[in-house]
Structure formats: structure tokens, C-alpha cells
Write a new protein. Structure first.
Ligand SMILES: *Cc1c(COP(=O)(O)O)cnc(C)c1O
Length: 396
């Protein structure tokens, strides 16, 4: 980028001089100056790099998009204002009325809602199928199916998708496969290497990692796919804030360290939880008793992520006691923060389902989902043990 040009109203802009900043600069500017109309033509025709208007793109969004694309091993991506903007842009930028989409039946709640309520309103039909069962996904296909959308690990049941099977199916039928990799992150799996055409992130979560930036990212190897997605994102105004992009880029610098540490602690805490009185069940893909243990091992290697789901005995009263007694843990419906967070699906992400609907997924009033952060494992296990004791007293 050139140094800003002095104007009548801003006669003395910051100038870089001969020295370059080591920390990434933030560029909040909404507009960018070009030398002349020919320069703008060159820019819009892709013969020259540059920016014109921040809704269409800005340096902080571009820098972040490039970094995540490199981590995911895809050619390019676009940064947008939230994870849901990423999901929405991937679907609405590529689908048209008359198309049909198959979504995993345990997608993120708002993705389920986009598919079940908004796409049909726009003439795009949708169906849901178990992403862990490629035959079920195949049975949901129609002649007009255009795309399949899945997540690698489901929330909060932590079931592992049959990514290989679904990718084979998508390839055989000429369908687009979009994979939301928010939970698993490129540290556990890079879906593009397993046949995904489109990769989606809520950057808000582990990649950014500090619960202070709301952002999303969509990547695609095929430039024509990405052009459709990006064009829709620009038109719909899904622009990411430069400051949020800057925070996320800062977070990315420590992402591999944070991820590895949180994952190791999650494995340890899962074992400790399983031994606590009043804990009925622990769901962690790295445990031998996980229903998809073999697939998790094959697909994710030893990367079983930082999420642990568990069930305590005693219903809502015990759940209230557990949340209140879980000192030092935020009872907050997010994941991937530097601090561990505890969520209760029955009263948050899955409150829209009936009790029977939740039971069918294995979610009860005693189910909690723990997003493991960077605390000392011992301190975290002790806080959970005290909460489990309080829950057991409430249940008695
Ligand atoms: C949080 C989340 C989203 C949505 O992201 P926002 O940044 O909150 O809009 C989408 N998919 C998954 C799997 C998520 O966890």
C-alpha cells in the first residue's frame, strides 16, 4: 500500500517513512484512493491489486482470509462478518430457486434454521440426513440436489461425520460438498483434502480464540465458486470489521499452541469427569466408548478436539446446582475461548426441540457441553469435581 496522500482536509496523514511496523496495522478506512480511472479499471479487472470501498474488501479482511486459506490448504477464501454470514454466503451465493440441499441433521442451530426456514422461503428445497451415514445422505438426494452441507463433529453430541463416504457420494453425483470446520479446525482436519469443495468457519470460535471478535470465513479451491460466494457476500453487506479481523489475526498467531493445549486438557478432563460421582456419561471422540471412536481415529488421527460433553444425574435442579457451583468457568453458550466455557444445550442451543426430540439425540436436562480452554488441567478438574459434588447434593 502507498502512504496516504495528503488532502485538503487531512494535510498530514500518518506516513510509514523508511521503517515498517512489525505488528499488523489496522486499516479502518472505508475508501481507497486510486490515481485515475485507468488505475481503477485495472483494479476491477484484476490486473492490479488494491481496494476501492471497504464493503467490497479491505486489507485486514484480505490478510486474514489468506492466512486461513493457507491453514486449510485451499486456494483462496473470503472473510465475512460472522460464521452465519459464511454459511449464508456459501449457500445463497451458489444456489438458486428450484435447487435442493441436503444438510446434516445435527448442524449448528442457526444453520438448521437457515435450511429449514429461510431457504424454502426462497424456493430452495432442503432435507436433513445423518451426516454419519452416507447411505442416509444418499437416500435424501433428489434429481435437483445441488449441495450437501455437513459439519465434521456435531454439537453437542460430538458424533463424527462420514466425511469420506459423503465426499465420495458428492463426487459420484456431481454435487457440491460444503463442510463447516469450526469445531474441528484445520489442526484436526483439512476438509478440502478430503473432497470438500467449500470450507466454512465461524472464526469467532477457536481460530480467533478470545471471544472478542465475531467473524466468518468461506474458502473454495474453484475460483468460480468463490467468486459467486464473494459477490453475494459483498452485495448482502456481510463485510467484516477491520478491527475484528485484526484481533482474529492476532489470535491466529497462537492458535496452534492454544489448540494443542486445550485438546490435551480435554482428553485428560474427559477421563477425570468419567470417574466423578454423579457423572453418568462422558462423550469424547478420543474415548474408547465413543460411538464413532474408530472413525474419529481414522479421520482425525489423534486430534479429538477440545470439546467434551457429559451428563450428570438429577435433572434440572442438579444442572442448576452444577452451573452455579462451577466456579471459575463461564456458563456461556460459545466455544473455543481461551477460558473454558460450559453450556447447557436443553436451555440454550437445543431449547427449540421438544424433550423427546432432545432425548432422541441423547440430550437430557443433565447434559453439559464443556469447551476446554487454557486453564491448568488440575484446576479445571477440581472446579468440575466441586460442581459435580454440588449437583449430586441437589439430586439427592
Ligand atoms: C458458532 C458457529 C457458527 C456460527 O458462527 P457465528 O460466528 O456465531 O455466526 C456456525 N457453525 C458452527 C459449527 C458454529 O459453532
Amino acid at each position: 500500500m502507498r502512504d496516504p496522500k495528503p488532502t485538503l482536509i487531512r494535510p498530514a496523514p500518518l506516513a510509514g517513512g523508511e521503517s515498517a511496523p512489525v505488528g499488523a496495522p489496522i486499516v479502518p478506512s472505508v475508501v481507497y484512493e486510486a490515481e485515475d480511472p485507468d488505475a481503477l479499471d485495472a483494479q476491477y479487472e484484476g490486473r492490479r491489486d488494491g481496494f476501492a470501498y471497504a464493503r467490497e474488501g479491505h486489507p485486514n479482511a484480505a490478510a486474514l482470509a489468506r492466512r486461513i486459506a493457507a491453514m486449510e490448504g485451499v486456494a483462496a477464501g473470503v472473510t465475512v462478518g460472522s460464521g452465519m454470514a459464511a454459511v449464508s454466503a456459501a449457500l445463497l451465493g451458489l444456489l438458486r430457486a428450484g435447487d435442493h440441499v441436503v444438510g446434516g441433521d445435527q448442524l449448528y442451530g442457526r444453520s438448521l434454521r437457515l435450511l429449514s426456514e429461510d431457504l424454502p422461503r426462497l424456493g430452495i428445497a432442503t432435507s436433513f440426513a445423518d451426516a454419519g451415514d452416507a447411505a442416509a445422505v444418499e437416500a435424501a438426494l433428489r434429481p435437483e440436489t445441488r449441495m450437501i452441507l455437513i459439519e465434521v463433529v456435531s454439537n453437542p453430541t460430538l458424533r463424527v461425520a462420514d466425511l469420506e463416504g459423503v465426499a465420495r457420494l458428492a463426487r459420484a453425483r456431481g454435487l457440491l460438498l460444503a463442510v463447516d470446520n469450526t469445531f474441528t479446525t484445520p489442526r484436526a482436519i483439512r476438509p478440502a483434502g478430503h473432497g470438500a469443495d467449500i470450507v466454512i468457519h465461524s472464526v469467532t470460535k477457536l481460530l480467533s480464540g478470545h471471544s472478542d471478535a465475531t467473524l466468518g470465513w468461506v474458502g473454495a479451491g474453484d475460483p468460480s465458486l468463490l467468486a459467486g460466494i464473494e459477490s453475494f457476500a459483498v452485495t448482502a453487506g456481510m463485510t467484516a470489521s477491520p478491527f475484528d479481523c485484526w484481533l482474529a489475526e492476532r489470535g491466529l498467531a497462537t492458535f496452534p499452541l492454544r489448540y494443542d493445549r486445550a485438546e490435551a486438557t480435554a482428553a485428560e478432563v474427559a477421563e477425570r469427569l468419567a470417574a466423578m460421582p454423579g457423572v453418568r456419561r462422558v462423550v469424547y471422540p478420543g474415548r474408547a466408548d465413543h460411538p464413532d471412536a474408530a472413525r474419529a481415529q481414522a479421520l482425525l488421527g489423534a486430534r479429538f478436539c477440545n470439546m467434551v460433553t457429559f451428563e450428570i444425574a438429577g435433572g434440572r435442579a442438579a444442572a442448576n446446582a452444577f452451573a452455579r457451583a462451577a466456579e471459575g468457568l463461564a456458563f456461556a453458550p460459545t466455544l473455543g475461548d481461551v477460558g473454558s466455557t460450559l453450556s447447557h444445550p436443553a436451555s440454550s442451543s437445543h431449547r427449540g426441540l421438544t424433550e423427546e426430540g432432545r432425548a432422541a439425540l441423547g440430550i437430557s436436562e443433565g447434559t453439559f457441553r464443556l469447551s476446554v480452554g487454557l486453564e491448568e488441567p488440575e484446576a479445571l478438574a477440581e472446579a468440575l469435581a466441586r460442581a459435580a459434588q454440588a449437583a449430586a447434593r441437589a439430586a439427592a
